[in-house]
Design a protein around this ligand. Structure first.
Ligand SMILES: C[S@@+](CC[C@H](N)C(=O)[O-])C[C@H]1O[C@@H](n2cnc3c(N)ncnc32)[C@H](O)[C@@H]1O
Length: 265
């Protein structure tokens, strides 16, 4: 990544984030800079040995330890960053886009932006004809979210951030989708109802069952939404090496529930 956004093809450039994969498979995200080194216990690996090479190349430390160098995928990028907020995990991001049916040209309201992991994928999904408006209650998260999006996608004219408590109201009307990743989405239900087009979708990402219950009760109380669908996404990684082919011993077992409701006429 450079300040101009993510580079997808061509030789590696200074200023770009690359993923160094050690012989043991450890991942390190580094920003390439002329004259800099990546230090390891097997000696330094020179950034200048990577600049100008192609994606997937090899690079060696001073003592001959071999690293693979890749352009990070979205998942590798977000999972290898230092982050100031809990993000939506990649295993849930795909299902969010599908169950909220985020389409090219859609207008999407999200809250809050946090670190901005979901915002990147919402912007990619709506494309240049669509729009994403992020409501964020905290100045610092509004800034860090904007930074994340700019670094990954470059300047995006179809993204607006409003530093605002979304439970106080949504300005927009004729909205296609509302996606919420905040602790009290039930306060947003009446505003989402006013903002959404008929048939529009409200999707909420909630870590705990009590939050799910409170949100679903609120849908009934406010009316105007069809029965919500609730589910969680379980991803079970496998260990495949030699004759050892089995699920990994430890897995990340729970992130959040997805609650999806559709506005009726
Ligand atoms: C878990 S983070 C969002 C992470 C983000 N979805 C991502 O993938 O990086 C939750 C964010 O919601 C914001 N927030 C909480 N309540 C809010 C409200 N009522 N209105 C707007 N933003 C709110 C918080 O400040 C925080 O930045």
């Amino acid at each position: 990544m450079t300040e101009g956004g993510r580079i997808r093809r061509g030789p590696f450039q200074a200023g770009e984030d690359v993923l160094l994969v050690s012989p043991k498979g450890e991942e390190h995200l580094v920003t390439l800079a002329h004259g800099k080194v990546f230090g390891t216990h097997k000696g330094n690996l020179l950034h200048d040995d990577i600049v100008g090479k192609e994606d997937g190349c090899r690079a060696w430390t001073a003592m001959g330890s071999e690293y693979r160098v890749f352009r990070p995928t979205y998942i590798q990028y977000v999972m290898n960053q230092k982050r100031n907020a809990q993000i939506i995990y990649p295993k849930d991001t795909g299902p969010i886009l599908l169950w909220a049916d985020v389409f090219p040209g859609a207008t999407v309201i999200e809250a809050g932006i946090g670190w901005g992991a979901l915002t990147i994928k919402l912007l990619e999904a709506v494309g240049p004809e669509g729009k994403v408006v992020s409501y964020e209650i905290r100045d610092d998260f509004a800034e860090s979210g904007a930074r994340t999006v700019r670094r990954y996608l470059g300047e995006t004219e179809n993204h607006e951030i409003k530093v605002r408590d979304i439970s106080q109201g949504i300005d927009e009307r004729g909205v296609d989708r509302v996606v919420l990743d905040l602790p009290e989405p039930w306060n947003v239900v009446p505003h989402a109802l006013s903002a959404l087009l008929p048939g529009g979708i409200l999707l909420s990402y909630l870590p705990s069952t009590t939050q799910v219950k409170q949100l679903c009760d609120r849908f009934v109380e406010v009316g105007g939404f069809a029965d919500p669908e609730t589910f969680e996404v379980i991803l079970r990684p496998w260990h495949v090496k030699g004759m050892s082919v089995r699920p990994v011993q430890w897995m990340f077992s729970h992130s959040a529930f997805l609650v999806v409701a559709r506005k009726t006429q």
